[in-house]
Design a protein around this ligand. Structure first.
Ligand code: SF4
Length: 282
């Protein structure tokens, strides 16, 4: 008999541990904003950010959470009629708002038929204890994963990309969330300006000491209209854009330095071609 012996913990296997049925994430744009854009934490946003790259066709702000989920379900259920769904609050900062507004949107998602849980993407500096109290209760009834944009463990890099928070704030948010028994994930960008391959790989060790359950990796992408794209045109020598083989080697090295039980959800990201300047993978 063939024994499946994966080299890392993948997200599909992780979902199987939590659900007996097939489960698919549906991205939604719940109409939140971002404190790094509206001036409360910063202005202009992270230098690489163009939120248009987050959103699939069915995901528009003028549609309710329920409508987006129903449209997402139609998209997937055509192929898998018995599929269940996780509402993925992906665009912008999905814990940034009045507590009641946040509760209403999360509950609207959970009350949509066939939705069996939530994945909430947010910034590390946007998780007040009051909201965590609520999420801790929600987590007792439903599947919940909170996913933080970590991007880098290096404060110099975080300043350079205008993240508007420090790595200490990331550590604090992840520890407070996981200590409530809530599954806690992170997202990092490999290849940010100023970080050498050795520096990037050393960050895997730093992250492994945190109580993270899941992690997403993606390569730096230069997106049209972003501040980083402008910086690249002005000073391309400050950027190292990894070729495909070089990036694969970097990811292998990175994963080898990660805690082996961390569930890896993705290794690359694909922004729409019309928005992507580089790398194109051609
Ligand atoms: S990447 Fe996220 S935190 Fe940064 S500006 Fe864009 S929406 Fe805000």
């Amino acid at each position: 008999m063939m024994v499946h012996n994966p080299l890392y913990n993948d997200f599909a296997a992780f979902l199987k541990q939590h659900f007996t049925c097939k489960v698919q994430k549906i991205s939604i744009n719940a109409g939140f904003t971002c404190p790094n854009r509206d001036g409360s934490k910063g202005q202009g946003g992270c230098t690489y950010c163009n939120n248009q790259t987050f959103n699939p066709e069915y995901c528009h702000t003028d549609k309710s959470v329920r409508t987006q989920l129903e449209e997402g379900k139609r998209f997937f259920s055509y192929k898998y009629p018995d599929m269940k769904y996780l509402a993925y609050f992906q665009a912008y900062t999905n814990t940034y708002g009045e507590l009641q507004e946040l509760k209403n949107k999360y509950l609207e998602a959970l009350q949509t038929e066939d939705v069996v849980g939530l994945v909430i993407g947010t910034r590390p500096d946007c998780m007040p204890d009051e909201l965590l109290n609520y999420l801790e209760e929600l987590n007792k009834q439903h599947f919940l994963l909170v996913e933080y944009g970590i991007e880098s463990t290096n404060d110099q890099t975080l300043i350079r990309i205008n993240r508007g928070h420090t790595f200490a704030e990331t550590v604090d948010a992840i520890e407070r969330t996981a200590s409530r028994g809530i599954l806690t994930g992170g997202h990092v960008i490999l290849g940010l300006p100023g970080e050498s391959p050795e520096e990037i790989v050393s960050q895997a060790g730093t992250l492994s000491r945190l109580p993270l359950t899941t992690l997403k990796l993606h390569q730096l992408q230069l997106i049209r209209g972003t501040r980083m794209a402008y910086e690249y045109y002005k000073n391309p020598e400050e950027f190292h854009l990894f070729g495909v083989d070089e990036y694969i080697d970097l990811v292998i090295d990175y994963v080898e330095h990660l805690r082996p039980d961390i569930v890896l959800e993705r290794f690359i990201s694909q922004s729409p071609k019309k928005l992507l300047i580089a790398p194109t993978g051609d």
